[in-house]
Design a protein around this ligand. Structure first.
Ligand code: ADP
Ligand code: ASP
Ligand code: MG
Length: 415
């Protein structure tokens, strides 16, 4: 008998009708001869509602311990409703909070990492013929505090359970048919991929494609968990994440990701000297702010500019720190902009072909979109543009790289 871990996201359990539908899918899975462990998210909109309650009460730095207690309740409601719905139909099911499922995390209440899972409670339920329904997005630390795994964290719960239980497949059921060449809500012509390499999925998730939480993709890579993204609304094969390159020929660009949750800061006219980047970015890091893209630009022998991006939630804090740094270092000034967006092209095919960057810059240029920062790595190119051009840029690139067509391997970057 094979074991499947199935995760149902917020929209998939967004109403009582949807919970009923999910129960039918789980029953079918059982009737097809599989054992199944289920992970659920909160009903759609619920986590945002809970975060909203917290923010209305305390505007700054809510207590992480209490924050996690509040937001973890969303998943508890959906897990118990689903368990009741299954049991009422003659398929005994039992809900488990993160602590009851013994999902142990580091001692950090928000954005905590899972350290280990003691699988005996879940295995015991399976042995008794009971379907375990586990709350996503939550765990417990070594002091017994409820912890949460960061937004989108139910994907990570599912992958961690699949790895610990050595499941035959981890199935992430969501509200689209699988992984697409770009977010189908922004690019209507986006095409569903039958498979995507793990490396590409990791880049897409890191660069803003929220279909899988980045940490869940890191985990599947570590434990080589077989993972498929599928729709809970339509039947279909979904998208399989592959660890070996299935086809010899790869499209140059497999997908486009974007992110509108960053902000850009620049320090202008800093005296140029060895170690200056560390002097600027050190205080930002010390303020617990993660920096993403960094570009240093020497203006003349004496002066340099440095620009970088941070998460938008850290923007105000970063501006205050950078103003202080500018004073200390005798810089000419700082500038900052929260209305930016990052657009990224991802594809393992870029390794063996040049010209993708050039083509990207031409396409954006032709669309009248100015590029503010550029960063590249072996299989991705990211640019920062004005937020108002995000949709236009993503659609223009999607069309220019032929992502809406099946055989975009044919694309010649030099054309
Ligand atoms: P869930 O609640 O099921 O976890 P999410 O909203 O977290 O669902 O993730 C699914 C959403 O991810 C889709 O509705 C889609 O808008 C978005 N998305 C972004 N990029 C992609 C992509 N490349 N392929 C598919 N979906 C994407
Ligand atoms: N409910 C949580 C969120 O909205 C976790 C998840 O859905 O994966 O972020
Ligand atoms: Mg999600």
């Amino acid at each position: 008998m094979s074991l499947l871990v199935q995760k149902y996201g917020g929209t998939s359990v967004g109403s009582l009708d949807r919970i009923h539908h999910v129960a039918q899918k789980i029953i079918e899975t059982r009737q097809n001869g599989h054992d199944v462990v289920v992970v659920v998210s909160a009903m759609s909109g619920e986590t945002n509602r809970l975060v909203g309650l917290i923010e209305s009460l305390v505007d700054n730095n809510p207590d992480p311990r209490e924050y996690s207690v509040v937001v973890s309740t969303g998943e508890m409601v959906s897990m118990a409703l689903l368990a009741m719905c299954l049991s009422a139909q003659g398929f005994p099911a039992r809900s488990y909070t993160g602590a009851q499922a013994q999902i142990f995390t580091e001692n950090k209440c928000m954005k905590a990492r899972i350290e280990r899972i003691e699988t005996h409670p879940i295995k015991q339920a399976l042995q008794e013929g009971i379907i375990p329904i586990v709350a996503g997005f939550q765990g417990v630390d070594s002091y017994g505090n409820i912890t949460t795994l960061g937004r989108g964290g139910s994907d990570t719960t599912a992958v961690a359970l699949a790895a610990s239980l050595a499941a035959d497949e981890c199935q992430i059921y969501t509200d689209v048919d699988g992984v697409y060449t770009a977010d189908p809500r922004v690019v209507p012509e986006a095409r569903q991929l039958t498979h995507i390499t793990f490396e590409e999925m990791l880049e897409l998730a890191s660069l803003g494609a929220k279909v899988l939480q980045k940490r869940s993709v890191e985990l599947i890579g570590k434990y080589k968990v077989p993972l498929r993204v599928l729709s809970s609304f339509h039947d279909g094969p979904g998208t399989l994440i592959t660890y070996e390159e299935v086809a010899m020929e790869h499209p140059l660009v497999s997908g486009i990701a974007f992110n509108r949750s960053e902000a850009k800061l620049s320090i202008i006219g800093v005296p140029d000297q060895a170690g200056i980047a560390a002097k600027i970015l050190g205080p930002i890091g010390a303020g617990n702010i993660d920096v993403d893209m960094i570009v240093q630009n020497k203006i003349n022998n004496d002066l340099t500019d440095l620009s970088f991006t941070v998460g938008r939630e850290d923007y105000q804090k970063a501006v205050v720190i950078l103003e202080q740094v500018a004073k200390t270092l005798g810089a000419k000034g700082i500038s900052s902009d929260a209305k930016i967006a990052k657009i990224s092209l991802v594809g393992v095919g870029m390794r063996s072909h040049s010209g993708v960057a050039q083509k990207m810059f031409e396409v954006l240029g032709d669309a009248g979109i100015n590029i503010q920062l550029i960063a590249t790595s072996e299989i991705k190119i990211s640019v920062i543009v004005d937020e108002k051009y995000l949709e236009l840029g993503v659609r223009a690139l999607h069309a220019a790289f032929g992502l809406d067509k099946e055989a975009n391997e044919e694309f010649d970057p030099k054309m």
